[in-house]
Design a protein around this ligand. Structure first.
Ligand code: GLC
Length: 581
């Protein structure tokens, strides 16, 4: 093993050149191919087709779903990849978008909209570091995060994946890239490749339709959606994922001006560009990928394709498009140079297997403490009539609501499964448990999900309500954005008692609550706090002062959407609003 590309003492550029000189066309095409783990049957296809990357789609986990089992799975795939003549290691990607959320027992941090409410870039960098340790401990070395989308219409099902409605917040939170990758990619242990996504304009579609059409002038597209990507590129982000959405009717996945001229040219992005899941298929408007899709996407500047299942067909068609001259060898070489450079910089050639020294950090007390701090700082107090908050720790408290004792609801989508789900999906502290941990002395906590049993003897009723989990298009709200019937019924029971009601809204976005708000003594927007619900109680009972500020404008009604800072409309609560004491 004394070949130049295998020598870590040589400059990466020289190692890349030496390796590429030894690669056949098919080996280069394989490096540009990413397959989903469940599609690799037999697993030896990874070697046979020289596939360069494997991913776990949302919720795609080994059984048992433990950190140890993930690391074993990763090592098995990697050993297969290393069995090829050149022994090029594969890179394994997964969506760790609020902690290593596919893994049971992992720390689940607040989703991005809550992190935007903290206005605390240093904390967000810490979250990136903690996430990188948990991800690396399972072998995974590529995180499809952060989403740097600027959500302009709260109807969008991915609003919670956005740091906020103005580019300045996402730009400031690109510190998470440094947390994930380290100051220099691969320089320190537990460095994972970060992904700035989804380029470009995913949060600006008309009507907030997921994968829809962003109708903006180039000047406005650049002003609203580009700054966070420039910041991420300047911080050395190693990969960029392309958006399903279109810009003025043209699919981003086929837009050479956006990908090659602006991202790679103007911004000087030297990492590699990956498609979204089967994203190239949509370019020609037909289902499945075609030769036209492949030509358009690769020639636009996409370097790796998340196929993710029909990888044999993809490689075969890509080879045809190169042999018939529709895709140049130079383009193939550029893509490989970008991909291999990141693999060398990550240290994959020297350390291809899972770093088991970090496996024990998955769900660690230290990481959960960081998450609790993020939950504290993300709470936004929108109403506090009569200064009922902070509640006394010796109060007689009644707790109700479908999300009071539900880890799944408080974590939201992208948690254990792709869509997430209600219930006890992973270890953590619910809001109710946090309240029970806080109330002491003469105080007491009574819980009834529906509000049954409430009476005038209680100091206050805390209603923890809001949204049940969703991801991507499943979360689009084209119609009303009000509370569901379960919550309205609970609120009615509580209101009948005359006891002051403190509402904790667990949601991935602002909801239409104008009609109910007058009945509430207080309102705290909790966003999607994740596993460390103690942080919510810390604010409710004054363990800490609230500091959260709205990262989005709060609409007076659903029909007011889109409503954004500076658009001349008067929201119910403006961007930046948040009470404290
Ligand atoms: C999904 C999402 C993207 C994610 C990818 C892999 O469809 O659009 O954010 O990284 O597929 O799970």
């Amino acid at each position: 093993a004394g070949l130049p590309y295998q020598n870590p003492a040589l400059p990466v550029a020289d190692r890349v050149s030496d390796l590429m000189a030894r690669m056949s066309l098919d080996e280069k095409l394989g490096q540009m191919t990413q397959a989903e783990r469940t599609a690799l049957n037999p697993q030896s296809d990874l070697a046979t087709y020289r596939i360069g990357s494997v991913l776990s789609g949302g919720g795609s986990a080994p059984s048992p779903n433990t950190a140890q089992s993930w690391a074993d799975m990763y090592d098995s795939f990697q050993r297969t990849a290393l069995s090829t003549p050149l022994g090029i290691p594969m890179i394994y990607g997964a969506d760790a978008v609020h902690g290593h959320n596919n893994v049971v027992g992992a720390t689940i941090f607040p989703h991005n909209i809550g992190l935007g409410a903290t206005r605390d870039p240093a904390l967000v960098q810490q979250i990136g570091r903690a996430t990188a340790e948990e991800v690396a401990g399972t072998g995974v070395n590529w995180d499809f995060a952060p989403c740097l989308c600027v959500a302009r219409n709260d109807r969008w099902g991915r609003t919670y994946e956005s740091f906020g409605e103005v580019p300045s917040i996402a730009t400031s939170m690109t510190t998470i890239v440094t947390g994930l990758q380290g100051t220099t990619l691969g320089a320190a242990p537990a460095s994972v490749l970060a992904t700035a996504k989804h380029y470009l304009g995913d949060g600006g579609t008309t009507g907030g339709v997921n994968e829809g059409n962003t109708q903006l002038s180039e000047a406005d597209l650049r002003a609203i959606h580009l700054p966070p990507f420039k910041a991420a590129v300047d911080k050395g982000v190693g990969s960029v994922m392309i958006s399903y959405s279109s810009w003025n009717g043209v699919k981003d996945h086929g837009n050479r001006h956006l990908i090659t001229d602006i991202l790679k040219g103007e911004l000087g992005f030297s990492g590699f560009v990956v498609s979204d899941w089967a994203g190239i298929d949509q370019i020609d408007g037909q289902s499945g990928f075609s030769a036209a899709d492949i030509d358009a996407s690769i020639n636009a500047g996409i370097d790796m394709v998340m196929v993710p299942t029909n990888y044999k067909q993809f490689i075969s068609m890509l080879r045809t498009e190169v042999n018939n001259g529709h895709i140049s060898r130079a383009r193939i070489d550029d893509a490989n140079r970008r991909i291999l450079t990141k693999k060398f910089q990550l240290g994959l050639f020297e350390h291809p297997l899972a770093d088991r020294t970090f496996t024990g950090t998955v769900g660690s007390a230290a990481h959960r403490a960081t998450a609790r701090q993020a939950v504290r700082e993300s709470q936004v107090v929108l109403k506090n009539a009569g200064n009922i908050l902070p509640l006394s720790k010796s109060a007689k408290v009644f707790v109700a609501g479908k999300s009071a004792d539900d880890i799944g609801n408080q974590s939201g989508g992208w948690t254990i499964s792709w869509q997430g789900g209600s219930g006890n999906v992973t270890p953590g502290t619910t809001v109710l448990q946090g309240i029970r941990n806080t109330v002491a002395g003469a105080g007491s906590v009574t819980y009834n999900r529906d509000g049954n049993g409430i009476n005038s003897s209680y100091t206050a009723a805390v209603a923890v309500i809001g949204e049940t989990p969703y991801a991507e298009g499943a979360g689009d709200r084209p119609g009303g954005m009000g509370l569901d019937q379960t919550d309205l019924a609970t609120l009615n029971r509580l209101r009948a008692s005359g006891v002051p009601v403190v509402v904790v809204l667990v949601s991935g976005r602002p909801l239409d609550i104008s009609a109910q708000l007058p009945d509430w003594r207080a309102l705290v927007e909790s966003w999607l706090p994740g596993t460390e619900g103690q942080g919510v109680a810390d604010v409710l009972f004054g363990t800490v002062h609230p500091t959260g500020k709205l990262p989005v404008s709060w609409p007076q009604s659903a029909s007011q959407e889109p409503v954004n800072d500076g658009d001349g409309k008067t929201p119910l609560f403006p961007l930046g609003f948040g009470l404290t004491w």
